[in-house]
Design a protein around this ligand. Sequence first.
Ligand code: AHM
Ligand code: MG
Length: 312
Amino acid sequence: MSTTLKEYLGQNNTNINESLKSVIMSIAHGAIIVQNKVSRISLDDISGSTGEINVQGEEVQKLDDKANNIFIDEFRENGKIAIIGSEETENGVILNKESGEYLVNMDPLDGSSNIDVAVSVGSIFGIWPRQDDSCLNDNSLLLEGRKQDAAVYIVYGSSTLMVVATESGVQSYTLDLEKKEFIITDANLKIPNKSKYFSVNYGNWDNFSIKTQEIIKDLQGKYSLRYIGSLIADFHRNLLKGGVFIYPADNKSPNGKLRLMYEANPLAFIIEKAGGIGVTGKENILDISPGSLHQRTPLILGNKDIVKNMFE
Ligand code: AHM
Ligand code: MG
């Protein structure tokens, strides 16, 4: 008998409160709508860019925009979310100033440069309990990763998966397209002890520092190289098979490319709950005290052993 996401969250051993359950269910509902758009991109004229440039200075893809609106609408309807930070909006979007209990930082469509070529993309969410502040503004979103109550990502790939991490562990659910329900397919996801892969954009080699080049040279020959260029797809493969993902600082991106609040923090939370670790190279991602919503960070995510060896 298959257990749906709703049924699984309803079981006593998950230790998740009702409000958090409803936030997770809203993400699942939004993801089913986004999955449909992703699969129909060429049929519904939603490929390509909107012509706008987002706060990151990157082209906004039509689907970036749609996914952003889909999840914001879900969260607005939910009522439990006070404010959202999104890759696609310059400032936080206030939803429920009075009684919102959670703050969500999200990348509504990660890997969007891969959408038009039918390569896996994803959505990423970090969920924090609202702190004791009466005035709600962008600063309310700037909490350390370790304070997250939960983090979630979706992979829109050959199948659509939703991975949910809370204090009690990490579960993976697969979307049953016929029933339009996420079904639990792994109740206790752990990164394997033995690693298979390392993932880095070798095209940036000349911009890497000597130290970064040495670290990467050390991985060559020990592990197979896999790099998709969709963070979620690279992360998910390495989480299941064992490995390390590296997006370091370089000459072109002195603070790294990926964003702390809605890419690094949720994935570092998930990998830690699965037995791995997320670091910048100098500190644990989850301990960084954030300075701004769209802050970038060097990012290394993987098995504890490989990551520790990289800096010895
Ligand atoms: P996005 O959030 O705008 O889609 O960009 C982030 C993406 C990640 O999915 C991926 O890991 C990275 O950018 C790839 O960057 P690069 O093409 O420089 O290797
Ligand atoms: Mg992204």
